[in-house]
Write a protein that binds this ligand. Structure first.
Ligand code: GUN
Length: 295
């Protein structure tokens, strides 16, 4: 049986429409326009593309977007000054520092300088710490993993009691995805480069979240028939039929995996659009919190 293809663009569009409506309500009833500040350091082409997309979507949904594009050799002190400026600015409800930062900058210090109330990426140590504990409420959770959960829910896959395997243990995706699944009462295994008998571990999973950055790494015969597969990967592989000479694929061998899985995200067109949609949701939620509309 061919899997249900999870349409990330459609799910993201519905999240975005709800943000557009909430932003309009905040403006008309409370005079508040949700504001997102993006900070980009250096010229990493992928980061420039992502930040541009985030800024455009912020504006498209009727919110306020401001950005700082800083030189790659900016000092830590200068960068912290800019973060603190946005922290003190009442027009700004969310601050996003695009990662990765150049190696001379201390990521933990920079992310720690964002007030937790404006930490719409969910990367502040306090928000991360709360996510990693029972019965604690982070003010925000990271956007990509939050989007993965929305996609799993969108096809009605039951998370409670399910066996979930997360491939990858990054701070941005793998680890927070695992915590979100634990909070939803899944039994979670986190796999990484030292995991033994990886295909056998993955075969146990009712839910697979693949976030390792290796093109088409997860094979169809690793997938339990009927499993829900969320592919976070975006990898370029050579393709002579394309003008650019390459095409984007995920971490899962999609063409074969879709014949085994119950539901699967394509890549591109699956998780990618959700990251931005959840960032928009978090930014709007932050503004709703300042208006007293959210805990
Ligand atoms: N780099 C890759 N993904 C992300 C993300 O979700 N947020 C930020 N700030 N940087 C990233």
């Amino acid at each position: 049986m061919t899997a249900r293809i999870i349409d990330g663009k459609a799910v993201a569009a519905s999240v975005q429409e709800s943000v557009r409506a909430d932003a309009a309500m905040l403006k008309s009833k409370y005079g508040v326009t949700p504001g997102l500040a993006t900070i980009l350091v250096g010229e990493n082409p992928a980061s420039k593309t992502y930040v541009g997309m985030k800024q455009r979507m912020t504006q498209e949904l009727g919110m306020y977007s401001v950005g700082s594009h800083l030189p790659a050799d900016i000092s830590q002190d200068e960068l912290l000054k800019i973060v603190r400026g946005y922290a003190a600015d009442p027009k700004i409800h969310g601050i996003l520092v695009q990662l990765p930062l150049p190696a001379h900058l201390d990521q933990e210090t920079v992310l720690g300088a964002i007030p937790i109330e404006k930490d719409v990426d969910g990367f502040h140590p306090i928000n991360v710490g709360r996510l990693a504990m029972k019965n604690r409420e982070p003010l925000f959770v990271p956007c990509t993993p939050a989007g993965c959960i929305v996609l799993i829910d969108s096809v009605g896959t039951k998370i409670e009691g399910a066996r979930a395997v997360v491939l990858g243990r990054s701070n941005i995706v793998g680890l927070p995805a695992a915590f979100l699944l634990v909070h939803r009462n899944a039994t979670v295994t986190i796999c990484h480069s030292k995991t033994q008998n990886l295909p056998d571990v993955v075969r146990q999973a009712d839910i697979i979240v693949a976030a390792i950055g290796k093109a088409q790494f997860v094979k169809a015969d690793w997938i339990k028939p009927g499993a829900t597969v969320i592919d976070v990967g975006t990898n370029a592989i050579p393709d002579a039929t394309k003008k650019s000479g390459y095409r984007q694929v995920g971490d899962v061998d999609f063409e074969n995996a879709k014949e085994v899985a119950g539901a699967i995200t394509p890549s591109p067109g699956g998780v990618g659009p959700m990251t931005i949609a959840m960032l928009m949701r978090n930014t709007c939620d932050s503004a709703m919190r300042t208006a007293g509309l959210k805990k």
